[in-house]
Design a protein around this ligand. Sequence first.
Ligand code: ZN
Length: 114
Amino acid sequence: MNDILSRLFFAGFIRLHILHHAAEEAICGVDIVAELGRHGYRLSPGTIYPALHELEKAGYLTVRTSVVAGKVRKYYAATSKGRKALKQARKKLHELADEVLQPPKSRKRAKPNR
Ligand SMILES: [Zn+2]
């Protein structure tokens, strides 16, 4: 994946995506890599785990350790703070998508706040 694009834009998309899925059900790193892979992101553990730790540090995710088929897995779930953040981010995402994904002709420019 393009490094500049990843750093500037996709890093936030990935975090939002993780939070979205962690709000639906507890999810482990391996599942997140697979899920994001389904969306065309090829992520290494070196990308995913720092993102998970940041979200955890922000208080948006809680982590629980579970042994699955003899393997220790960490499962991440959204906290109520995380759900609130997700709600705010969704609002912003909606606004952005409404504008950015419009065909050029119907684009309206927001009036400057002065
Ligand atoms: Zn997804």
